[in-house]
Design a binder for this molecule. Sequence first.
Ligand code: G3H
Ligand code: 13P
Ligand code: ZN
Length: 333
Amino acid sequence: MEKKIYEELGLVNTREMFKKAVDGGYAIPAYNFNNMEQLQAIMIACAETNSPVIIQVSKGARSYANETLLKHMAKGAVEMVRKDLKSNIPIVLHLDHGDSYELCVSCIESGFSSVMIDGSHLPYDENVALTKKVVEYAHQYDVTVEGELGVLAGIEDDVVAEKSTYTKPEEVIEFVQKTGVDSLAISIGTSHGANKFKPEQCTKNEDGVYIPPALRFDILQEIEEKIPGFPIVLHGSSSVPMEAVKIINENGGALKDSVGIPESQIRKATESAVCKVNIDSDGRLWMTAAIRKHFADSPADFDPRKYLGPAREALIIMYKSKNENVLGSAGKV
Ligand code: G3H
Ligand code: 13P
Ligand code: ZN
């Protein structure tokens, strides 16, 4: 085994935390970040709730933040948690939706402790071949790898899929064995972004709130029967809170037909082998809501700390609530 590059940043891979989460019937939060305030909020919320955490960046986020800066942000975040927040929570730095072998290699070389290679849009055999190649490289450095079978609707890091294709349970055993992946992202009805369902796919309750169709727990169960105890990942798991959408739209925003996955559905999923839950859009929504509200209330402000500070506070509240009330990861260190 080569040197574990990520250990220099104080990070761990996902292996042990996934095992504990599968056995314990909860899920590790995988929160996306692009900037300092999001990263601070994730770290503070997870340290204060004593939750293991996966901080993840997409290809777009990595080039937005700058790959060199990002590496030092991750290192700094770990040091802040240990030294200032006096917390020992395990922290993973993960590449979300890696789309090439070269990108995965570059991330591993710069200290990521986990990568996703997303070949879900490729024909099955090509997905297997690409995923296997990444696993063979990553495992030399003890970096864990997430693969994906089945396609989520919505935007997956520049790849837009109009329609979802559910994971085929009959493919999972062979995929896992042939590729050697450490975890598998599946498609059972979640999707990316703030418009997960079209209004015509939903029913409406008496308050006019869209109720989306339930997740395909039958497919999840079939998958679990094929690969018992194998770590399963759920992407597209934002709930798209109506309170945040309302604040955005009351303060100049124009979000339409926003529908997410009810938190009760995610909570139910975490009781199975689903041990990693990806949440990005909910953070974007709460951050936008806080900033729009701030500018509506205080139009003369122009110091970024004045509006990014409240946005960071709103994020901390949200992440804590996810850990405590939805994922069950709070106190699991
Ligand atoms: O699944 C995608 C994530 O929400 C990241 O999105 O590619 O816009 O950074 P992004
Ligand atoms: P959301 O858009 O539902 O937050 O999903 C994020 C995600 O899956 C990142 O990979
Ligand atoms: Zn995703």
